[in-house]
Write a protein that binds this ligand. Sequence first.
Ligand SMILES: [Mn+2]
Length: 310
Amino acid sequence: MSESDLRVIQSGVATFFGRPLIAPNAVGGVKCAIVGVPWDEGNVGRNGANYGPRTFRDASHWFFGYNAEDDFDLWEEFPTVDVGDVPVMPPNAERTMDLIESHVRSIRTQGVFPFSVGGNHSLAIGAARGAASTVSRMGYLSIDAHLDTADEWAGERLISGCPTARAAEIENVNPRNVVVFGVHGWLNPRDQVQNAADKGIIWFGSQQIDRLGLKHALAEAIRIATDGVDGLYVSFDLDSVDASAMPGTGTPEPGGFTAKEALYIARELGRAKPIAADVVELAPCYDLSGISARLACAVTMEILSGLCGK
Ligand SMILES: [Mn+2]
């Protein structure tokens, strides 16, 4: 281990994975820009995800870029920077979604992969819009215990129960390319199942995934989300992971993916070559041992590893 590796881990100001902190309008030349979205308004679960990016930065300092099993260094092959946080506007969800949208669009138009670290799932509403504006037809694949297909929640449309529904409404997103993978538990109300069916949104429940086998089911989900599109957005809601491995989230769900399955899914998502991605719903106040933050970091690295062809 080099002296600089040691320094990154043990000292200095925390950035995502110890990567350089760069202004978001000057990322040209790198492959990936990670942005924090410390946003937790419009949340229908327990609060706390606004502290996700900060904790993610701290936890991610403890990882090397080198992967012994695949014998490559992620940061050498996929130069990545930290572009700070989207300047969210807590009193105003609409304005915040616009800020997230323009941020993702700006990174994309500089030829760089935008990776958003949340923050609650509603941030995907803005991020998916930003990504979609840079292609002619986009698919949207969400890994989530929850459908998030609420048309509205007591009249509100920009909340964490809505991102799948909002994605399906984007002008150049065909709802038939909108897929949710990993649905289970008792927080998927009938109106959301109905709304998904009405719009033609496809979802894979965890029983169905077990029947098909994870590998086959995920391949099918990716095939549907990418059918006829020239860009894919992937959203990784950490509550899709079993509560035993992901206690640090607003809505921990028993019966979700194992940590190992989550890493497999993340690598495959990267291999599907999305144009933008997020990892959402890390709520550090419930993550007493820090395992959730570390899994969130590992999921991110797997997505980026898949993206760089590993
Ligand atoms: Mn969600």
